[in-house]
Every structure is written in C-alpha cells, then in structure tokens.
Design a protein around this ligand. Structure first.
Ligand code: BYC
Length: 316
C-alpha cells in the first residue's frame, strides 16, 4: 500500500519535471533526488570555497593596484557563490556544519581543477579565461535545472562569472601584447591549465554513473561530453584571437560535424586527482582546516552574542 502511493508520487514528480516545472524545497521529491542534489550542490559549493585558494595565492603579488583590486573582488565573489550554494543545499535538509565537516575531513569532493598549483601571474589569466569559462558553460545549463533554489543561485552566479571570464581573458591578452617573456608566461599558463579545464566537465558520458539519472530529472540538461565540446568550440577562436596556442596536436576543425575534434584526455590523471592524489589535494585541505581552526573564536563570539540577544529578548 505504502509502496504504491510512493510510486504514484514518483510518477507525478516525473511528470512535473517533464512539463518543465521547478521542484521547490517543500515539494515532495524522491529520496534519491534529494541525495543526488545534496551531493552535487555540496561539491559545487565546496569548489567555490576551495577555488579561492589558488587565486588567493596571488593577491599580494598582483602586478598593479588595479589588478589587485580586481583579483580581490573576484576571490570575494567566489566566497559569495559558495555561500549561495550552501544556502540552497540547506533547503534539502542538510546543515552547513555537516557539509563543512565533510569538506574538512576529505569525504566530500570538490572540483579537480583546484588541485593544480598557480605558479605565475599568467595563471590568474588562465584561470579566469579557462576555468571560469568552463564553469559558465556548465552553470548556464544548471541555471535551467529542475531544482528551483539551485537554478536561481546559478542565474546570479553566471552574471559574476562573466566578469571573471573577461578579466582573465584580458590579463592574457595584455601579456600576449607584451615582451617575449610575458608571451611565454601566458602560453605556459595555458599549457598547464588547458587539460585540467577540460576535465572539469567530468568523465566521458560512457563512464559517468550519475548522468542518466540526473538528466532524466533535468538536473543536468546536457551531458558531460556535450558541454566539453561546447567549451572547446567557444574557446578555440578566442585563443586564436590573441595568439595563444591550445596545447593539443589533435585539435582540428571538422567541417562535417561543424565542431572541433580534440585529443584524448588523460583519464588516469583525472581519476588520480579526484581520489586525492593530485599535486595540491593535501595542501588545499590543510589550508581549509587551518582557516576553520583559526576562525573558532569568531564562531564562539557569534554564538555567545546570539545567546545573549536571545536571553535579553526572552527577559523583555
Ligand atoms: N572534479 O557521474 P559523474 C568555479 C566526480 S567552481 C571532481 O559524471 P556528475 C570556480 C563526480 O562527482 C565550479 N570530481 O558525476 C571557483 C562523481 O563522483 P561521486 C565547480 C568530479 O555529478 C573558483 C564521479 O566523478 N562547478 O566555477 O553527474 C574560481 C563520476 O562523475 C569531477 C561544479 O561543481 C571533477 N571535475 O557530473 C574559479 C558544477 N567530475 O560524487 C571558478 C556542478 C566528476 O559520485 N557539478 N567528478 O563520488 C556538475 O555539474 C557535475 O557534478 C559534474 C560531474 C559535471 C562536475
């Protein structure tokens, strides 16, 4: 009896999704839908927060006051993105503390891209252009996902990501107009960030265990490979425009498909990075843990203040 009604609810839920309607926090949803969203949104929020670290590394070394102000604003924006998405995830019944513990213990994933080091100023350009560029393509699709709070967070985030993308491209364009050494620095950054950016879209479709379910529920609107292709098609002309070479000898325009063909991704590297064996995995988790420990007094003070306010209100 209970099983039947559950089936009926699931049928109605799927029909609602098929009609293109949003699922809101108080609506009935299958437990699996809730769990999948907590997983994906949690990972996304953690990525924004951990993503502050590689760029934060260059704030004190930005080459001018203007560059420093722009980078500072960008890194702060990423913190804001993390907070919107954590809030959106809380509507699914998980607390911020639980998500934070999962990040700090290393149980939760965050985007593979942030386990690569930032070695030169040009990396700020490559991250803005390639990493935020990849993120925009993914997130523009997520802005139409079936879960209302996630979709709405994405709309605002995408607007800010567009500014991030442009500032990164402009850093590289400026370097490409500079000295030989500056051009080499820009090219070197792109050489290091190109393939990790391609990996941001996740495993190829045939090896993506979550895709089928997430696409049926319209959480994902396009597959990993479709979005990766879109990224390549958009990015190659931008590279040509400023004289940057994409480090892929197999990259070639295909007149028949009207898309660029590209080389094979090093999946062994991808799986190593997402299983904790990337260059910076340990450093990133250590930095987050240290920041959490150093912030203990702030949490205690905020709690003490909130308790005092509550007791005063109660007494009044
Ligand atoms: N990195 O079945 P699949 C930003 C995992 S930050 C790590 O295809 P799904 C920015 C995946 O989680 C933007 N792990 O998964 C911030 C799964 O493992 P579990 C971050 C990855 O969910 C600062 C397994 O591989 N954006 O913009 O269907 C500065 C199998 O994969 C990755 C988001 O987080 C990866 N790259 O699809 C600058 C977008 N790829 O959980 C910029 C939201 C896959 O089963 N997320 N895995 O153990 C998504 O769109 C999707 O979750 C993914 C993966 C496309 C990433």
């Amino acid at each position: 009896m209970i099983k039947d009604s559950e089936k009926e609810l699931e049928k109605k839920f799927q029909e609602k999704i098929d009609r293109g309607e949003s699922i809101e926090p108080k609506d009935w949803m299958p437990e699996r839908y809730r769990k999948q969203l907590i997983r994906m949104m949690g990972q996304h929020a953690h990525s924004e927060i951990v993503g502050m670290l590689p760029e934060g590394n260059w704030i004190t070394r930005a080459p001018s006051l203007k560059r420093k102000a722009v980078l500072l604003a960008k890194v702060q924006d990423e913190a804001g993105h993390g907070l919107y998405i954590y809030s959106g995830t809380e509507t699914l019944g998980i607390s911020r503390d639980e998500m934070n513990s999962e990040l700090l213990s290393g149980k939760a994933k965050y985007s593979s891209i942030f386990n690569y080091p930032t070695l030169s100023w040009a990396d700020m350009g490559a991250i803005g252009w390639l990493v935020d560029g990849a993120a925009i393509i993914n997130q523009t699709a997520l802005a139409k996902c079936s879960y209302g709070p996630y979709a709405r967070a994405m709309v605002r985030i995408c607007k800010e990501e567009n500014f991030h993308h442009k500032q990164g491209y402009e850093i590289l364009a400026t370097l490409m107009k500079g000295t030989e050494e500056q051009r080499e620095m820009a090219q070197d950054a792109v050489n290091r960030f190109w393939w990790p950016s391609m990996m941001m879209f996740g495993p190829s479709d045939k090896n993506s265990p979550n895709s089928e379910e997430l696409m049926r529920w319209k959480v994902k609107r396009f597959s990993n490979d479709e979005l990766r292709q879109r990224f390549v098609d958009r990015t190659v002309p931008q590279a040509e425009n400023i004289g940057i070479k994409i480090p892929d000898p197999a990259l070639k325009w295909n007149e028949e498909t009207r898309h660029y063909d590209f080389g094979e991704i090093n999946w062994e590297e991808f799986y190593n990075v997402i299983s904790g064996k990337g260059i910076c995995n340990k450093e990133r988790l250590q930095a987050r843990n240290e920041a959490h420990d150093k912030g203990a007094w702030v949490r205690e003070a905020a709690l003490a203040y909130a308790k005092k306010q509550a007791s005063q209100e109660f007494a009044a």
